[in-house]
Unconditional design. Structure first.
Length: 226
């Protein structure tokens, strides 16, 4: 299986720039001219609309820039303090099974959170990772979303990926209905009392990747992506 490259952007990356870079890399991977890539970055504050986004779920269109995205899912927020991981893999080498790929992304996040003693959970009928509020003083049945997933596949190469809330400004979510789900809230690792840094989360993501997707790849974890 082709070795995977890892990149970490040292500064926030503008969303259009990130999408253009992903699309170019997808074509190179599909044609065999580039290796698969996991790109870890932050964005400036913005909202993105997936292919299932409903207009009524954008509550404050003037708060941050809004970008239409070709990924699956609905509205989500990106901003500083959130670790976005764009995952560009050749799924022809992984059974061409998109459902399994999404399940593996969920497992990757669950195992990453477990390294910080946070129990991330799946929910039937919902994509993403959730946290039960009861261990943190919540009532039975209360839950918050801590990580979102939205992917796209072109020529059997995946792009877009996951967004894990480390320490974003949670009030920035007020301008949308996150992922189209009313009721549950959103949370972060810091909001749950786990005051970890982005480099610590990045190290955990790499370690958990090896458990879910295979041995760790070579590459410079400090490489800049923009």
């Amino acid at each position: 299986m082709t070795e995977i490259e890892w990149q970490i952007a040292e500064q926030p990356v503008a969303y259009p720039e990130a999408v253009a870079a992903m699309e170019a890399r997808v074509e190179s991977i599909a044609s065999g001219r580039a290796s698969p890539l996991v790109w870890l970055l932050e964005h400036p504050p913005l909202y993105t609309a997936g292919t299932s986004a409903r207009d009524g779920d954008l509550l404050d269109a003037g708060r941050f820039p809004v970008f239409r995205s070709g990924r699956g899912g609905q509205y989500t927020y990106h901003g500083p303090g959130q670790r976005v991981a764009y995952v560009l893999l050749d799924l022809r080498q992984r059974g061409q099974d998109v459902r399994r790929f999404v399940c593996d992304l969920e497992e990757w996040l669950i195992r990453t959170l477990a390294m910080f003693n946070i129990k991330g959970e799946r929910r039937a009928g919902r994509v993403g990772i959730w946290v039960d509020r009861r261990p943190y003083g919540g009532l039975p049945g209360e839950e918050d979303k801590i990580a979102a997933i939205g992917v796209r596949v072109r020529r059997w190469v995946s792009f877009h990926g996951v967004a894990l809330n480390v320490d974003p400004a949670l009030d920035h979510y007020a301008g949308i209905v996150p992922c189209g789900i009313r009721g549950p809230g959103v949370t972060s690792m810091h909001a749950l009392g786990h005051l970890v840094s982005l480099p610590e989360v990045d190290a955990a993501l790499r370690a958990a990747w090896a458990e879910v997707f295979g041995p760790p790849a070579s590459g410079n974890p400090a490489a800049s992506g923009g």
